[in-house]
Design a protein around this ligand. Structure first.
Ligand code: PMP
Length: 397
């Protein structure tokens, strides 16, 4: 068979994720990987998960081993509804869809909204998993820079003004406003208010991807943009991947009812529904209030690692680089003052025994070549220190 003749235009224009390729290197023995984006297995609540698994099986095996409604497990939807309301998000049952990871939430948003060539605004830098999804729906991607306070609102408005003149607005703005992957930056309250006003003024949708929201180590809580939404301008997504474990593939979307209906139709063609068993386990876990204590544990676990990484960077990179100081999430974004190219220096890093993700991997315009994403989530405290020291040797400071 000549498969080249068979492949769709959609798949032909995609290449493998550079990060997944990098992570293959990370499995080599002895390499310190500051590149991964995974949560730490040390935080997975294995015993409680086992108990919940046995309990739901004993209690309700006929239902939870069966096919189930596409919208999601009704108990879990109720839990998400209450949780969302506590976050200030105004929602009812019909506003919620349970998805197989937020990655599927993003896929369904694109499936429902995008025709090939539609424009979508993304942050510079942004999450490559979503860029991949957007590209697979043949979106035209426009990047808007992020600074210490989040996406640059002035540049964003200039683009929207310009597009309004042409009569064709971008389909949506894709944002990770809290403890952003990859920069660790959180969009300030002031900018959240500005962005919702822009969305209302131009009649544009915001897709708010918020998987790190519950992982705040210090600072004041900031409400999601969705909590400011008055006119159905925001689709909100979050996930149990970082707070429970990614292997269960349970996440959710809160959005306008009509749009959720369409996403339900889209999901029926993808996987019928998210695993009934896994949803029941997550619902049981939440119902027993196990999440509160678990969160306390994992917050102090990650906070310690975040602090060690920031202290190590301060020690080795003071005066030669700038870096973000995330109040939550997994990532620090570091930019080298001398504009060294982190793509080119990557092989040198591998030789030294440490890896990071080069900044350009997160940028739809290939910019931020002097930057890198550093993750502290899965690395031992000792190796965070060692890894940062090795990096400082590579960049010959
Ligand atoms: N969005 C962002 C910003 C992420 O960092 C991730 C996971 N790395 C996802 C979505 C996907 O999460 P899930 O496991 O829920 O599919």
């Amino acid at each position: 068979m000549n498969f080249e003749l068979l492949y769709s235009d959609r798949i032909k224009q995609l290449s493998p994720s550079p990060i997944r390729e990098l992570l293959k290197i990370a499995v080599k023995p002895g390499i310190i990987s500051l590149a991964g984006g995974n949560p730490s297995p040390d935080t997975f609540p294995v015993k409680e998960l086992k108990d919940c698994f046995l309990k739901v099986l004993e209690k309700d095996w006929k239902r939870i081993l069966q096919y189930s409604p596409t919208e999601g497990n009704t108990d879990l939807i109720e839990i998400i509804k209450q949780y969302s309301r506590n976050q200030g998000i105004n929602c009812e049952t019909e506003n919620i869809l349970i998805t197989s990871g937020s990655q599927q939430g993003m896929d369904l948003v694109c499936k429902v909204l995008l025709n090939p060539g539609d424009e979508v605004i993304v942050e510079l830098p942004s999450y490559p998993g979503s860029i991949h999804t957007l590209k697979s729906y043949q979106a035209k991607l426009t990047g808007v820079p992020v600074d210490q306070e989040g996406i640059d609102i002035d540049i964003l408005e200039d683009i929207l003004k310009d597009r309004q003149k042409t009569g064709i607005l971008p389909k949506f703005i894709y944002l990770i406003p809290t403890f952003q992957n990859p920069s660790g930056v959180t969009l300030t309250e002031t900018r959240r208010n500005s962005i919702i006003k822009l969305a209302e003024k131009y009649g544009i949708l915001i897709v708010e991807d918020d998987p790190y929201n519950a992982l705040r180590y210090d600072g004041e809580n900031i409400k999601p943009i969705k909590a400011l939404d008055r006119n159905e301008n925001v689709i909100y997504m979050s996930s149990f991947s970082k707070t429970f474990c990614p292997g269960v593939r349970v996440a959710w979307v809160v959005g306008p009812k009509d749009l959720i209906r369409k996403m339900v139709i889209g999901k029926q063609g993808a996987d019928l529904h998210t695993s009934s068993l896994n949803q029941a386990i997550v619902a049981e876990y939440c119902r027993n209030n196990l999440m509160e204590n678990h969160l306390k544990d994992i917050l102090s676990y990650y906070k310690e690692k975040r602090d060690i990484m920031l202290e190590s960077i301060e020690r080795h990179f003071k005066n030669v680089a700038t870096w973000t100081k995330p109040q939550g999430g997994f990532f620090v974004w570091m930019s080298l003052d001398k504009k060294e190219n982190t793509d080119e220096l990557f092989s040198k890093a591998v030789e030294k025994g440490v890896i990071y993700v080069p900044g350009s991997s997160f940028c739809v315009d290939g910019s931020n070549k002097n930057s890198m994403r550093l993750s502290f989530a899965t690395v031992s405290n000792e190796n965070i220190k060692k890894g940062i020291q090795l990096l400082s040797e590579i960049f010959s400071l």
